[in-house]
Ligand binder design. Structure first.
Ligand SMILES: [Zn+2]
Length: 383
C-alpha cells in the first residue's frame, strides 16, 4: 500500500499488537443458527479455551481445541433458532460462555451462503457453574496434558501478532458476556444470542411472561459489547526536539511512558488528549493528530494513539496527582531507551547506578508512538 496516495500523504500506517486478526468476523451470519451449528460442530473448528481470561499457550503459541474436546462442556447451543431459544428461556439453566470469532478464509473448513473458511470460537473453561464444573475441569486437564499452560499474555507478549489478535477478540467478548448476565433495563437474566456477540432480555422465563422491559419496547436496548475509547499521546515540544513523558506513581523510578487516559462522554478524541495531558502534566496542547490505534482487551479498551504539539510547555503536576513525575526528554535519549527496550538482552545498566530512561516494550502502542516521532519522522503526518 506504500504507493497509494494516502500512504504518500500520511505514511504507511501501523498495525499495533492485538490488532490485525486473520479472521473475518462475518458478523451478518451470527443470527443464522444453521451456519453457527455447522461451524461449531465441524472437524476443522478451532476453539480458544480461556481460563480466568488467560489463553492456553504451549511453545509460544495458542493451543487450540476441537469440538470433540469441548463438546461435553458446550453442547450445541445453536441447534435451535434464536427465537426458539428465547421462547424456551430458563433463567436457572447454566449456559456455556461460547463466542463465535470468525472464519479464517485462508484455511479449509466450512462453506455456507458463499462464505468459506475455518471457524474459530472462544470458550470459557473457568469452572464457575456447578453443573459444568466437571466438564470445565476436564478441558483444563486436556490442555495441561497437551503440554500447554494458561498464561497472562500482556506480561510477556509471547504470542505472534495474528494469534494475539485472535486472543484479544476472545478475551474481550468472554469478559463482556460474563459481566452482563443481567438486563440493564429491568435487572432480569439475559440470554446470549448472535454467537455470543449480543445478549437479549427474553419476554418469558420457563414459559411465564416477564414484566415489560424497555429493551423489548419501542426503544430497543439490546446489549452489545462496548469498547472504551482511551487516548494515549506522544507530546512534542515546539522546537521539535523533545518528548513529554510521564512516570506513573506505580512505575519504577526510571520508567516513563506516554500520557494516557479515558475519553469522557461528549468529548472528541482531540479534546480528550488535550484534557488528559493538561490534567496530568499542566502542558497545554495545540494540534492533535491520530497516528494509529490498538485494541487493548483488559477488558475492552480501544487505545487511540495520538501525536500532539505543545503550545505551553511548563510542567505542573498539581492538578491531578496521577503522575509521580513528568519530564521533557531529548529525542536522542528517547531513541536510546527505545533501542534498549527492543533489545533488552544487550542493554547495559550504567555502572554508577545513574538514571537511565526506560520505556515500554516494542509491542506497546506507547513505544510505537515514541518511535514514530523520534525515529520515523519522515512517516509522520504533516503537522
Ligand atoms: Zn430486561
Amino acid at each position: 500500500m506504500s504507493d497509494s496516495a494516502l500512504s504518500a500523504r500520511y505514511g504507511p500506517g501501523e498495525t499495533n499488537y492485538f490488532a490485525g486478526s486473520p479472521l473475518n468476523r462475518v458478523g451478518f451470519l451470527r443470527d443464522d443458527h444453521e451456519f453457527l451449528a455447522l461451524a461449531l460442530t465441524h472437524a476443522s473448528a478451532r476453539f480458544v479455551p480461556l481460563f480466568k481470561f488467560d489463553p492456553a499457550i504451549g511453545a509460544g503459541a495458542l493451543l487450540f481445541l476441537t469440538y470433540a474436546d469441548v463438546e461435553p462442556l458446550v453442547g450445541n447451543p445453536y441447534a435451535v433458532s434464536e427465537a426458539a431459544a428465547a421462547a424456551a428461556f430458563d433463567s436457572d439453566a447454566e449456559t456455556p460462555t461460547l463466542v463465535f470469532l470468525g472464519l479464517d478464509e485462508a484455511a479449509p473448513g466450512i462453506a455456507h451462503r458463499g462464505y468459506a473458511g475455518q471457524p474459530y470460537f472462544a470458550v470459557d473453561i473457568t469452572p464457575t457453574q456447578p453443573a459444568r464444573a466437571a466438564a470445565a475441569d476436564a478441558v483444563h486437564a486436556l490442555v495441561v496434558a497437551r503440554g500447554a499452560a494458561f498464561e497472562v499474555v500482556r506480561v510477556n507478549y509471547v504470542l505472534s501478532p495474528a494469534e494475539a489478535a485472535i486472543y484479544a477478540q476472545a478475551r474481550s467478548y468472554v469478559d463482556w458476556n460474563l459481566r452482563n448476565p443481567f438486563c440493564a433495563g429491568c435487572g432480569a437474566r439475559t440470554l446470549s444470542v448472535n454467537g455470543g456477540c449480543k445478549r437479549v432480555c427474553p419476554p418469558s422465563d420457563r414459559g411465564v411472561a416477564r414484566p415489560p422491559c424497555p429493551s423489548r419496547g419501542v426503544v430497543t436496548n439490546i446489549a452489545f459489547p462496548r469498547s472504551d475509547p482511551t487516548i494515549i499521546c506522544a507530546v512534542v515540544n515546539r522546537a521539535g526536539d523533545r518528548l513529554l513523558l510521564g512516570r506513573n506513581k506505580r512505575f519504577p523510578v526510571q520508567f516513563y511512558s506516554c500520557l494516557a487516559g479515558f475519553c469522557e462522554p461528549a468529548e472528541s478524541v482531540e479534546e480528550a488528549v488535550r484534557r488528559e495531558v493538561w490534567e496530568e502534566s499542566g502542558v497545554k496542547l495545540g494540534r492533535v493528530v491520530i497516528h494509529s490505534t490498538q485494541p487493548w482487551p483488559y477488558p475492552a479498551s480501544l487505545m487511540i494513539g495520538a501525536i500532539a504539539e505543545a503550545v505551553e510547555e511548563t510542567i505542573h503536576l498539581e492538578h491531578d496527582p496521577e503522575l509521580g513525575d513528568a519530564q521533557w526528554f531529548p529525542f536522542a535519549d528517547v531513541a536510546d531507551a527505545l533501542h534498549r527496550a527492543e533489545h533488552p538482552e544487550s542493554a547495559v545498566a550504567p555502572a554508577d547506578g545513574a538514571f537511565q530512561l526506560q520505556v515500554p516494550p516494542s509491542k506497546a502502542i506507547a513505544h510505537v508512538l515514541m518511535r514514530a516521532v523520534v525515529l520515523q519522522k519522515a512517516h509522520l503526518p504533516k503537522l
